[in-house]
Ligand binder design. Sequence first.
Ligand code: ACO
Length: 434
Amino acid sequence: MKKNHSATLTINNKSYLLPIYKASEGSDVIDITKLYAESNHFTYDPGFTSTASCQSNITFIDGEKGILRYRGYDIEELAKKSDFIEVTNLLIYGDLPNKRQLNKYYKLISKHTMVHEQLLKFFNGFRRDAHPMAMMVGVMGALSAFYQDSLDINDPHQRMTASRRIIAKASTIGAMAYKYSIGQPFVQPDNNLSYSENFLNMCFSVPAEKYKISKVMSDAMDTILILHADHEQNASTSTVRLAGSSGANPFACVAAGVASLWGPAHGGANQAALEMLETIGNKKNVPNFIKRAKDKNDPFRLMGFGHRVYKNYDPRAKILKQTCKKVLKHIGINKDPVLDVAMELEKIALKDKYFIDKKLYPNVDFYSGIILRAMGFPPEMFTVIFSIARSSGWTAHWHEMIEDPVQKIGRPRQLYSGNKKSVYGKKRSTKNTR
Ligand code: ACO
């Protein structure tokens, strides 16, 4: 790390010199690794709003300017010129592959699209009405039991095999979760198709009727996957890194990432956003829901609005808004109550002082839900699709973490505010409130 200058922190009249490291772009960091040893103080930062948990070369975000880059390439350019598999290669290997490298990589990934026959039986243990994300968490973790020849995290070859397996099988497992939940037979992957075409085919093809893959739909799916592939140290990626820091195997770590992504404040927001649009139901109800979102005493939030990092606009949302228009035009939807509500909500929120002052803009989940619904996916599948895309980012970060020489087990500390030493059986001032 390149040392830039230093910061001085004074606690009880004693000063501590803290090195500052220079970022290649974005904010520099103050190194506090020795602070506890030297001063007996921890730093306090719930939600990590001011804390860099690692050094990373993968993704750069400038939330103020609305910039997102994978390995230095603007997301707009990648969405236009690349495909999802090339982007996964870029994330994992660090640079765009040449034609020969890319062809070899396509083959390597497609070699892993099938899943072990025994794994199919694993699905039968789930209830048919289980949320597909529950299946995704369980089956992703179960890969550790099926692919034991790629669990040694100290072997670079096994690490690479595991990451290819994760990327290739994520879409097969996601499609299987969908098919299982609707009671249809699983559709095997077809390696003559692109990653996105194959995923759509595995979801919508049935033995009685072949699914006709439209280019508009597969391009839209590819764009969604590219835009969701990575997003630096978000909750699920940090979860993967934290799980991996203990030496856990990659399938278990990625399963932890899927679990973290499921929450409505993170990847689950796309399902929540669409359900919210359906609840609003009609354009004329929008002002009432805007009023509720602004009311401090009402827990209601506009799902699909706001972002921890993007404070001007979400560049992914800008791209998806265009994709959304193309998809709706392709299937001839220009009058749809949910779409009407979405457009009205966007229009009013973008003009409303509350949302402007708090820098709350539609995020990527606002548009992805509308597109996925138009493709024929139920809302429960939205986060599954997000997790298929993000599996590539998670594996890239997992590799980077394992290869980082300063990597150690993640172990945050705390500000303890509980009881001091107590005598068992003696009445205390605090009560058990659970
Ligand atoms: N609707 C109404 N008010 C909101 C919203 C919203 N969607 N988001 C934030 N606010 C308000 C908060 O009430 C808060 O107001 P206050 O300062 O008066 O207390 C202020 O804006 C800041 O909100 P925080 O929750 O502190 O902001 P944070 O950066 O922690 O949260 C988050 C970001 C979680 C994304 C939040 O905006 C949210 O809950 N949005 C809805 C869920 C969503 O769409 N998540 C998807 C994120 S994108 C992704 O994961 C791919």
